[in-house]
Design a protein around this ligand. Structure first.
Ligand SMILES: [Zn+2]
Length: 284
């Protein structure tokens, strides 16, 4: 059934596990996410990146199909706006039926981040929707802004932010970054950042940029207090590789069969992340 992230993250927080949030931008991959969650009896989150919605398919075209799929699911499924950077667009998503949104003003000074997030929290209350925000600067590999000391979240700032805004969950930066790491690069995880924020606030915490971060590191993150694992790149890479291999093997492959095959490719990769999340058999 379709739900906001509120109840599924509250239960994950209590149970000490993490719910997977997978980036999708079409119905096919969303179908893969729901099917694999059902097979594992796991609650799950469909993460729709603002950038994908604006560049590929607007939420108004996906909405009815997605919400129908969620309502028919045998497990709890949330639809969450991922990295909402445009305040007006984020508000529009709430009005259009998204029960969970992330407002990401993390590049701004903390006071401005707090002020913008508070606006969204206030509006989200009207829809009983959940709000995720971010403190810290995970950066992205594509933009080469991801190896500095400054990217790590300062626990004091995050604690102040949580108390001031009333967000439902917070994305923090403690080692991961968005995109594909260069080959052989090992991200440096600082689990003490997660523990400090968790101990002080008890709030569900979120890790972004999980692709390539290492399953050991992610499992340790969950133990430290992470309740939501965002993964995008590895799933998309699995789908891209499936397309590449299939076309190389048979250049006359029928297009519908090709696209249909990406569903199983996504499911196989998502399963690997579900295995370390602790969310298997945690659906109500
Ligand atoms: Zn992210």
């Amino acid at each position: 059934m379709y739900t906001s992230m509120k109840p599924i993250l509250a239960k994950a927080n209590q149970g000490g596990y993490a719910v997977l949030a997978v980036n999708t931008f079409n119905l096919e991959t969303s179908k893969a996410v729901i099917e694999i969650a059902e097979e594992n009896h796991a609650p799950i989150i469909i993460d729709l990146l603002q950038e994908h919605l604006q560049n590929h398919l607007d939420f108004k075209y996906l909405r009815d199909g997605l919400i129908t799929m969620c309502n028919e699911a045998k497990v709890e499924v949330a639809i969450n706006l991922d990295h909402g950077k445009n305040v007006a667009h984020t508000k529009q998503m709430l009005y259009q039926g998204m029960k969970s949104v992330m407002i990401d003003a993390s590049v701004l000074p903390i006071d401005e981040n707090i002020a913008i997030t508070k606006q969204i929290v206030k509006l989200a209350e009207c829809f009983d929707a959940s709000v995720e925000a971010e403190v810290g600067a995970m950066g992205s590999i594509a933009q080469s802004n991801w190896t500095s000391e400054a990217m790590y979240t300062k626990p004091d700032e995050a604690i102040q932010f949580i108390k001031a805004t009333g967000v439902d969950c917070l994305a923090i930066s403690f080692g991961t970054t968005h995109g594909d790491y260069p080959e052989g690069y090992q991200p440096e995880f600082r689990f003490e950042i997660v523990k400090a924020i968790k101990e002080a606030t008890g709030l569900p915490l979120v890790v972004h940029g999980s692709s390539g971060a290492g399953f050991e590191n992610l499992a340790q993150s969950v133990k430290s207090g992470i309740n939501k694992i965002n993964v995008g790149s590895d799933i998309m890479k699995a789908q891209r590789d499936y397309l590449l291999y299939t076309i190389e093997a048979d250049r006359t492959v029928e297009y519908p069969n090709l696209i249909h095959g990406t569903i199983q490719a996504a499911k196989d990769e998502i399963q690997k992340y579900l295995n370390i999340s602790g969310s298997i058999n945690q659906s109500l």
